[in-house]
Design a protein around this ligand. Structure first.
Ligand code: BES
Ligand code: ZN
Ligand code: ZN
Length: 498
């Protein structure tokens, strides 16, 4: 599938399908007004007949009776004008694209009308991302794949004066959405096919192709580096743990991102109930997002220095596994008493955050499918946000509003730190059921230097579509790739803001 930006009169467009967007209860969009009267009439009749209400995501194919190159007009609803956002664009165009595929269009044109307050390049980027992501399927393990073809060419029709800007926006959106697809692929992979070492190989290959360096630390080195959390959690599996450190140098300020890479979380000795345990292959979603983010940032050549850190382990019970009651020592010298081996994410992130802190980044952000408690608190509609810095938290929230990856901040008051005090070590890894998402974040905060702006994003409810996930056209079942678009948007806003 290819995307192109063109600026031609809609009448001259020769694509199989043309997508026409409408707000609920409004008149023809401007772009349609340039169409011949007869076609306008054909589009108007289903609207007048009440079949098309332009509700968000509603798509109605209209086949013109008149002979011409356009076989179908795909009327798509953007919903109510007062609720309009880039998210509405993504949703609507995702559905339009799926319909275009269903009806067998090999080329699709999307006129980009003026939709303030958003600029044409912003809308182009949203359309490209949504279309590319709506077609994502994790079907590599299926012996037979559905054979209906994808459209080959998507043409975005824009005004001549914004063509160059829209061209760039479309190219960047392809880079970004391809990275999101990589994140989905990694997170969707069955754990047996992606042990920690394999994850490191993937990161290394992606780095070589996209322009970032990768260093992989293995068991012995991790022991020498004092990474008791990664070693402790990783030693229960015959697939040894690794720490993956990726670096991209585009000049400018240094940012660090850390992603939880538990390729499978059985709970370890504190084993999980078997119901839905298969979903714990998604416990590497933070890692997937970080590797994909490195790829996108390197390919976009953003003027930042970015360090991506992924502690990768498999949390299994065995004769060598970590046990409740054990005490481990982390990279920064602090110790923790293990209450539950199922609270493993914070143990591997502790070492990774301490290590990242040593590099004194301007901001340090971690992404982790960390707690079931976060899913209880926010459901699947937002990721949890925890931070020691208001400016950083606000910038991330703003980025999330824009990309449709909403964040909701929860407090880190000192009382929560009391909950994880231990009699025998500096802290314990579980603070009881109340405020479970917050005490996990409080645990992590012990491993970040207090001078470094840090944010922890708990993506347990948003990393894959769960029963309660709302249906979204561009987010099919399985891993969502959450965090990639969010952090690109965040880094871009940092670059702009200086
Ligand atoms: N990977 C899980 C968190 C999780 C659970 C994510 C369900 C998504 C859906 C994490 O390692 C975990 O098991 N956390 C425990 C912590 C508890 C033992 C304090 C949890 O949330 O139950
Ligand atoms: Zn766990
Ligand atoms: Zn986990």
């Amino acid at each position: 599938m290819k995307f192109e930006v063109i600026s031609t009169n809609l009448e001259e467009v020769k694509s199989d399908s043309v997508v026409i967007q409408f707000f609920e209860g409004t008149e023809f969009p401007e772009s349609v007004l340039t169409l011949p009267e007869s076609i306008r009439g054909e589009i108007a009749s289903p609207i007048e007949a009440g079949g098309f209400k332009a509700k968000l995501g509603q798509v109605l194919p209209v086949y013109p009776k008149s002979v011409g190159p356009v076989r179908c007009f795909l009327l798509v609803g953007l919903g109510k004008k007062q609720d309009f956002s880039l998210e509405a664009i993504r949703q609507a165009h995702g559905y339009a694209a799926l319909k275009a595929k269903e009806i067998g269009s090999s080329s699709v044109a999307v006129p980009i009308p003026n939709l303030p307050p958003y600029s044409a390049p912003e809308i182009v980027a949203s359309v490209v991302e949504a279309v590319n992501l709506a077609f994502y399927r994790f079907d590599r393990y299926k012996s037979k794949v559905e054979d209906s073809k994808y459209p080959e060419l998507i043409s975005l029709v824009v005004e001549p004066d914004v063509k160059t800007l829209c061209d760039t926006a479309a190219q960047e959106a392809v880079i970004v959405s391809e990275a999101v697809k990589l994140a989905r692929d990694i997170a969707n992979m069955p754990s047996s096919d992606i042990p920690p070492k394999k994850l490191a190989e993937i990161a290394t290959e992606v780095g070589a192709a996209s322009g970032f360096s990768t260093k992989v630390f293995e068991m012995e080195v991790l022991e020498r580096m004092g990474m008791g959390g990664i070693v402790g959690v990783g030693k229960g599996s015959s697939n040894p743990p690794v720490l993956i450190v990726m670096k991209y140098d585009g000049g400018g300020d240094t940012y660090a991102v850390v992603g939880k890479g538990v390729i499978f979380d059985s709970g370890g000795i504190s084993i999980k109930p078997s119901e839905k345990m298969e979903e714990m292959k998604y416990d590497k979603s933070g890692a997937a997002a970080v590797i994909a983010l490195m790829k996108a940032v390197a390919e976009l050549k953003l003027p930042v220095r970015l360090i991506g850190i992924v502690p990768a382990v498999e949390n299994l019970p065995s004769g060598n596994a970590l046990k409740p009651g054990d005490i481990i020592k982390f990279r920064n010298g602090k110790t923790a008493e293990i209450i539950s081996t199922d609270a493993e994410g914070r143990l591997i992130l502790a070492d990774a955050l301490a290590y990242a802190s040593e590099m004194k980044p301007k901001a340090l952000i971690d992404l982790a499918t960390l707690t079931g408690a976060c899913v209880i608190a926010l459901g699947t509609h937002a990721s949890g946000l925890f931070s020691n810095n208001d400016r950083l938290a606000d910038a991330l929230i703003k980025a999330g509003e824009k990309t449709g990856e909403r964040l909701w901040r929860l407090p880190l008051w000192k009382e929560y730190f009391e909950q994880i005090k231990s009699e025998v070590a500096d802290m314990k890894n579980v603070g009881g059921r109340p405020a479970g998402a917050i005490t996990a974040a409080a645990f992590l905060m012990n491993f970040v230097d207090s001078g470094i702006p840090w944010a922890h994003i708990d993506i347990a409810g948003t990393a894959w579509t769960q029963e309660s996930s709302p249906e979204k056209s561009y987010i099919p079942k399985g891993a969502t790739g959450i965090g990639v678009r969010l952090l690109i948007e965040f880094l871009k806003s940092e670059i702009k803001g200086g």
